[in-house]
Design a protein around this ligand. Sequence first.
Ligand code: SPV
Ligand code: MG
Length: 305
Amino acid sequence: MPIHKLKMSKSKILHDLITTKSIIKVGGAFDAMSAKLVELSGFDAVWAGSFAISATHGLPDASILTMTEFLNVTSNMNDSCQIPIIADCDTGFGGPSNVEHMVKKYEKAGIAAISIEDKVFPKQNSLLETGTHELLSEKDFVAKIISAKNAKQDPNFMIIARIEALIANLGIDEAIKRATAYEMAGADAIIIHSKKNTPDEIFEFTEKWNGTIPIVAIPTTYGSVTIDELISHKIKFVIFANHSLRASHLAMSKILDEIIQSTSLSGVNTKISSMEDIFRVQKMYDIKTQEIEIEEKLKKLGYID
Ligand code: SPV
Ligand code: MG
């Protein structure tokens, strides 16, 4: 009898990392190539963030793209790399029934985890100072978690509940109350998000909360926090949400400005990746190997000498 080597699912890979790693490092990406670069740099998982994906469509991070559009991008990212993908699913694209449909679709696509946040639809990016950050009632968000949990088939597929109470300036007690409710409803992890420039309120939350599910932090605004500090304050996942997008934006803007102001490309060629670099990441060299394999097969079948 042939022995089939079953590949471990990415949800299982992500789930196992919770016990084997002191902290899981998640790099933000916005398409297949940036996801691949996140993997090549040694991150444990990829964050398919709504901010970065919306921006690369030239659109605001304000619930504009549809679930299908996000899922298409996220699936491409998933296909391009071996590490698990954590999908930022905003508010879940509607009510509990929309969340149910979404969980089925994302799980079927091989995505390891989804995150839904407790804001009302349409949401706006959490770090937009002038943004409206209205929270959904705890009861209505718990209904979404119940729906997500009922819809998932794979026990390792993670439902991450994201708390926006600190973003909405509602304070630690509200954040703790919601975290407790979301854990009780079946969330597999909690994202506690903050827009402060120090990790103080995040650490106050992690000290006060008695929950047992993993806690996720997104230290975009409190970027001076160290990995060791996060670990010692019970953070299990750290998401570097948008740095690949912002790095690309800066690099592209600089080079394009230089090209338009120059009379030749001689100055820029050393400042950009080589064609070889891109050939490698897009697996261009696999084409030759495939051609050789096909040719050998065609020879065996007598089509060519
Ligand atoms: C994202 O990357 O889309 C996020 C994180 O949701 S934040 O931009 O900080 O809201
Ligand atoms: Mg987002």
